[in-house]
Design a protein around this ligand. Sequence first.
Ligand code: ZN
Length: 255
Amino acid sequence: MRIIRYLQDGEARYGWVLGDKAGTIEGDPYGAFQRGEATIPLAELKLLPPAQPSKIICVGRNYADHAKELGNEVPEVPMLFLKPPSSLIAHGETIILPPQTQQPEHEAELALVIGKRGRWIEPDAVGEYILGYTIANDITARDLQKRDGQWTRGKGFDTFCPFGPWIETDFDPADAVVTCTVNGELRQMGSTRDMIFSVRQLLAYISSVMTLEPGDLVLTGTPAGVGPLKDGDEIVTSIEGLGELRNTVAAEPVR
Ligand code: ZN
């Protein structure tokens, strides 16, 4: 099932998607709910980010070819960092490039949404804690990331975490093609089979540090091919089996 959030009469609602139609979800998609028939044309809905995470946990350098392209070693344990929830935008929304960076870049990533609260999750039990999978782009101000040493500013600007359009509850993360296209030009293409740390390993490791809550979002790292973004770009992040996340790019007006 594909779960969406959308605006209706100024209120956020959950729904589900079948083909190009959507239906309502009554109740809690993390608990008990009922689905209505899918009759609403999806194209007419104003989509919201499909989850409301208390935190966004990201994994750096989780593909060897990406670590290499930036001149970094492959980490021995997962390299974790956070993005703030204020960085989230939905499918169809605009990534705003702030004036502080001269090197904004895209990073196409498989993401997952936590379905159940957990700490010290055993690798074999990881599946019980995942609501589903989605597409994200870990937008990064590469110059600020390098200059600051720690990554909060370079990764944390408003709009730097587009994700969606939906959460797919039926998905196998073992071997899915991840791509990023900018203005029709293919920039990134890799497979999740080349991740250094698997989803099982990542959730076991992350949950040994912090309690994961329903709705929390985990970005699993990007394959090689990261590259520049500029005002007016159209970016399509896609994952085989999950669909396409589309966003536009605009420069923030000088204040
Ligand atoms: Zn990333």
